[in-house]
Design a protein around this ligand. Structure first.
Ligand code: MG
Length: 326
């Protein structure tokens, strides 16, 4: 038996508008994952002549069922300064552990040629039976979602549920966490989804509108709360928070993922991208005040429905907490 441990280093690259995920494996006798480096010229994070970038571990995930420990890293330049692609650093500076986040990650499964799973013979029957549906005509890719849920739970990532979504081949999972770790966990949950799907020869598409026409897009609703909202809330507090977010709506949209204009049309349970609104139980609003919050005497949470499925969760939590703590 080797004394070496193996660590799968995961990081975000320099691609725009959203980063892709990268990884490589280190075998070492070290009991913890040491700092490491990579060739930034191959990930749009450095020029060829000065290509070293640094991998600084921020969170390690142990799952005995996986071949390696997962090590989420942030990227630094060779001189140890924060790399321009590192959106985590700004989030970590503002987000404290009193902030709770629940992300609703929606996505589509596709074949390697880009066709949505279940759409190989052309456009399927209209939406209606697919949401939380069962049966071979109504749900495809379920096996992957079940394995993904268990892999996340075993790695200590709090997925709180999964469901088939409104379009065929579309799914959602919910990922809960506190503080910056909520965003870390969301990134690692995406990584696990990509990797598990890879074993099935299947790809994951997190574009907010893979199919135009009368088909739902994919979002990443962000439920959030802080201590005051949970335990000492009032209607005035929740309204003022919504108003504050509304004042910087354009900044929010800029932080909430590319091509979101294709999804936020005012149809398919969305508000139009140019409008800001909030309301109790309103799924056509930018921010929904859940009936739970009202029924608990204005102690609870808010749901920002604007973020797209491809958004960087570090930018989402930076925007929400940065705006509400100003
Ligand atoms: Mg959903």
């Amino acid at each position: 038996m080797s004394e070496y441990k193996t660590y799968e280093y995961i990081w975000l690259d320099g691609y725009k508008p959203e980063p892709s995920m990268r990884s490589k494996v280190k075998a070492t006798a070290s009991d913890t994952a040491p700092d490491w480096s990579f060739d930034g010229s191959s990930t749009q994070q450095a020029e060829g002549g000065n290509s070293d970038c640094l991998l600084i571990p921020v969170e390690t995930y142990e799952n005995p069922e996986l071949p390696h420990s997962l090590v989420l890293c942030q990227v630094q330049s060779a001189d140890h300064s924060t790399h321009p692609s590192n959106s985590r650093a700004a989030a970590e500076a503002v987000v404290t552990d009193e902030w709770w986040f629940g992300f609703e990650q929606e996505y589509f499964f596709t074949n390697k040629n880009g066709t949505i799973l279940g759409w190989e013979d052309g456009e399927p029957a209209p939406q209606g039976d697919y949401y939380c549906g069962v049966g071979a005509n109504n749900a495809v890719g379920r096996e992957i979602t079940d394995i993904h849920l268990q892999a996340c739970l075993d790695a200590g990532i709090k997925l709180t549920g999964t469901n088939a979504e409104v379009a065929l081949g579309q799914w959602e999972y919910q990922c809960f966490g506190n503080g910056i770790k909520a965003a870390d966990d969301l990134w690692v949950s995406r990584y696990l989804l990509y990797k598990i799907a890879e074993e099935f020869g299947v790809c994951v598409n997190i574009h907010p509108k893979p199919k135009t026409g009368d088909w739902n897009g994919s979002g990443m609703h962000c439920n959030f709360s802080n201590e005051e909202m949970r335990t000492n809330g009032t209607e005035a507090l929740f309204s003022s928070m919504c108003d504050k977010l509304g004042e910087v709506h354009a900044e929010g949209i800029a932080a909430y993922g590319s091509d979101n204009d294709m999804r936020l049309t005012g149809l398919h349970e969305t508000q139009s991208i140019d409008e800001f609104s909030y309301g109790v139980s309103d799924r056509g609003a930018s921010i929904r005040i859940p009936v739970y919050t009202v029924e608990h005497n204005w102690n609870g949470y808010l749901e920002d429905r604007r973020p797209a499925s491809n958004a960087d969760p570090y930018k989402i939590v930076s925007h929400i907490v940065g705006t509400l703590t100003k």
